[in-house]
Design a binder for this molecule. Structure first.
Ligand code: S3P
Length: 177
């Protein structure tokens, strides 16, 4: 018997990999609640992520992320949680996520990520010149953290959010059996 606290699905992966859109679809399909760490942080701080970075810097934001997921750990059940792309960088966060539930890494190629984020102004780490180089470098740095945290890795490039939601559900149902 899997413990009840494992009855959650956690989506991790790089910015623009579809965690939020797929997560919403999945939650809808399963009748689970949908949470998104970025949205909760923005609501709690009454500010945008971009502005929080500008005012206080990345480390401050990372602390907010850790505190948020620490607060989830004992209480969460039947939730689909979409996480900010930098959360798996901290070992403590990786452990917390694994404790929460079934972790799925949505992996996207550099090119599709660049295409999706070309006009984005909300992600502070990707502003300015050379988007492709930034995406490529950060993805290479982060890939090991994503893969080591995930129960399942799914390549997203050729799948619709609907397909992805079905695929995740299949793996999750096996996981909680
Ligand atoms: C970040 C990803 C963003 C957001 C912040 C930092 C990152 O979330 O948390 O801009 O370091 O990868 P998304 O992955 O939802 O874009």
């Amino acid at each position: 018997m899997v413990e009840l606290r494992k009855h959650n699905i956690i989506l991790i992966g790089f910015m623009g990999s579809g965690k939020t859109s797929v997560g919403k679809k999945l939650a809808e399909k399963m009748g689970y609640v949908f949470y998104d760490t970025d949205t909760i942080i923005e609501q709690n701080q009454e500010d945008t992520i971009r502005h929080i970075f500008e005012l206080y810097g990345e480390e401050y934001f990372r602390e907010l992320e850790t505190k948020l997921i620490q607060g989830f750990s004992t209480t969460m059940k039947e939730v689909v949680l979409s996480t900010g792309g930098g959360i798996p960088l901290r070992q403590l966060n990786r452990e917390l996520l694994s404790d929460l539930g079934y972790v799925v890494y949505l992996r996207a190629s550099t090119q599709s990520t660049v295409n999706r984020l070309m006009k984005d102004e909300t992600r502070p780490l990707l502003q300015g010149e050379n988007l492709e180089e930034k995406v490529d470098r950060l993805q290479k740095e982060r890939a090991p953290f994503y893969t080591q945290t995930a129960n399942e890795t799914i390549d997203t490039d050729n799948l619709t959010p609907e397909d992805l939601a079905d695929k995740i559900l299949e793996g999750y149902l096996t996981f909680i059996k």
